[in-house]
Design a protein around this ligand. Structure first.
Ligand code: MN
Length: 252
């Protein structure tokens, strides 16, 4: 079995290194990841300049591009063989609720959705006070991949996994959950450059709004690994009739 590993924190990050170590015990692994931190890149592709690929060491490639660039390249012609699945992470920071829309970690997994096995995005819920237990995230990924080999799930499934930032032995187990929702983001932060011109920092994500039992927020707060199956269909099917009748007579 061949597993492609990517992330959005860059090929040198601690999380991807440990993920590679763990998954190498289960499969042939290759890392193709951004050359630097591209967190927040979502599903963007680089279309205005060509992409170059650098081999950092055998089996580890860096790309001056986005997470989606990396996975797209790797499964669409960079190699002369097919991968069975993509595992993305271990991200430095949670990807809960609306975070999924912006996440490059999740985007890398999404780009691999047409391969033979479900894809997995793994994020560690790091915070200012937490222990940065990336090995916990990597071991969780290893358990999920092993489980997939024993008990296959439908392909084209994307599993968004969030791991509490605690030692592996302190994790309470695995729970499925739905995405919660956050409040509106904090305002942008205005500052000035040395010439007095205004610059703006995108502010932090909003606090959780819908975070009760059953949500991913609640699950990780309770100390469990949260596993949310994602789909790509953004169509709001229930609204189709209302919008259809709303459109009636629009052209006079
Ligand atoms: Mn990241």
């Amino acid at each position: 079995m061949k597993i492609l590993i990517s992330n959005d924190d860059g090929f040198r990050s601690e999380g991807i290194g440990l993920l590679r170590e763990v998954l190498a015990t289960l499969a042939d692994v290759t890392v193709v990841a951004p050359d630097r931190n591209r967190s927040g890149a979502s599903n963007s592709l680089t279309l205005d300049v060509p992409l170059r690929v650098f081999e950092a060491e055998p089996g580890v490639y860096s790309v001056p591009g986005t997470p989606t660039d990396c996975v797209h390249l790797a499964i669409s012609g960079l190699f002369d063989y097919e991968y069975d699945m993509v595992v993305s992470g271990v991200n430095d920071g949670e990807n809960l609720g609306d975070d999924v829309l912006y996440s490059g970690t999740v985007a890398a997994a999404v780009e691999g959705r047409f391969l033979g096995l479900p894809t997995i995005a793994v994020s560690l819920c790091t915070g200012p006070e937490s222990g940065r237990h990336f090995d916990s995230g990597a071991r969780v990924a290893g358990l999920l991949v092993s489980q997939l080999l024993r008990k296959p799930l439908e392909s084209a499934l994307i599993l968004n996994v969030n791991v509490p930032d605690v030692p592996f032995e302190e994790l309470r187990g695995f729970r499925t959950s739905r995405l919660g929702f956050r409040h509106r983001s904090e305002p942008v932060i205005r500052a000035h450059d040395p010439r007095g011109r205004p610059v703006y920092w995108v502010g932090p994500a909003g606090p959780e709004q819908d975070a009760g039992p059953g949500t991913d927020f609640h699950t990780v707060t309770q100390g469990y690994v949260s596993v949310t199956p994602l789909q790509i269909d953004l169509t709001r099917h229930a609204a189709l009739p209302a919008v259809e009748s709303w459109l009636e007579g629009i052209d006079g």
